[in-house]
Design a protein around this ligand. Sequence first.
Ligand SMILES: Cc1cc2nc3c(=O)[nH]c(=O)nc-3n(C[C@H](O)[C@H](O)[C@H](O)COP(=O)(O)OP(=O)(O)OC[C@H]3O[C@@H](n4cnc5c(N)ncnc54)[C@H](O)[C@@H]3O)c2cc1C
Length: 268
Amino acid sequence: MKPGVLPGVLDSDMAGIVEEYCRRLGINILCGAAVSEILGDGSFAGVYAGEEKIAAQLGILSTGFRAGTELADAVSMKTGRYGISVSPSMETSIAGIYAAGDCVEGWSVLDGKPVAAKLATSAYKQGIIAGASAAGEKAEYKGTAGTFVTKIGELEVAGTGFSTEMCGQRGFEAASGKIKTRYLPDYFPGGDEISVKVIADKNTGRILGGQAVGRSGAASRVNIISMAIEFGLSLEDLKRTELAYCPAVSEVEDPLFKAVDFCLRRMK
Ligand SMILES: Cc1cc2nc3c(=O)[nH]c(=O)nc-3n(C[C@H](O)[C@H](O)[C@H](O)COP(=O)(O)OP(=O)(O)OC[C@H]3O[C@@H](n4cnc5c(N)ncnc54)[C@H](O)[C@@H]3O)c2cc1C
């Protein structure tokens, strides 16, 4: 798989749209080219990335994240690869002690296995459940779909569930459908293009993921896919959903459903 931006959460074809947009803004993106040397004598002067020497006055290191579990380790609390292990009530291995947020090892709502995702959305939900559980209520966290949105320039980039590559790693045979289209009718002024991709289990039609990139409406489509994932819906189930329409806001057949149609054609 070709390395691209937002690896693990965006398929390379969707990442390509983002990279092309950045290039048009004058941003040069080098993926899969690790920094091998930091240049400068006393003050920063640039880097070597692969074979390429890049002169610069400012460098920002953004090298990923890891749960800080020192406190948990110090009291022999159980931890996993991505953080403190918790039950669905967010209770740790020490009875009566609850944990939530970036410090815990979250799990996927799709297969119940650990995921690396660390997002405010899941931290917030987990915090409420941990608090309710600690107060004696019966509350359960079901797992995360890893739903995210970010904005690059004027571009909304959103995704949820597993990428195609991740589906393979987690043992799912994936089919996908993608559309790049305008989100307003041709006769209506304004609007722009949006790319929407839906990923489903090739054997059952269960929705496993989705991604969208566009100046507007990417997050709203991905949020619908996120709900479909949460409730185990299939492509056919999703197509039954009635979405609001008027020409100033959307197409009569939403781009999301067009992507679903393409995906349905690729099912076994
Ligand atoms: C730059 C950036 C942008 C992000 N953007 C998004 C986004 O757009 N959407 C999204 O969903 N997620 C985003 N995230 C992720 C999101 O911020 C985290 O997932 C979320 O804040 C986790 O919440 P938390 O309560 O677990 O941890 P935090 O929000 O980090 O809170 C932990 C708190 O504990 C305090 N603390 C730490 N150690 C101790 C100690 N020993 N004693 C007392 N207090 C302590 C810290 O000071 C901090 O206030 C972003 C993260 C970063 C870094």
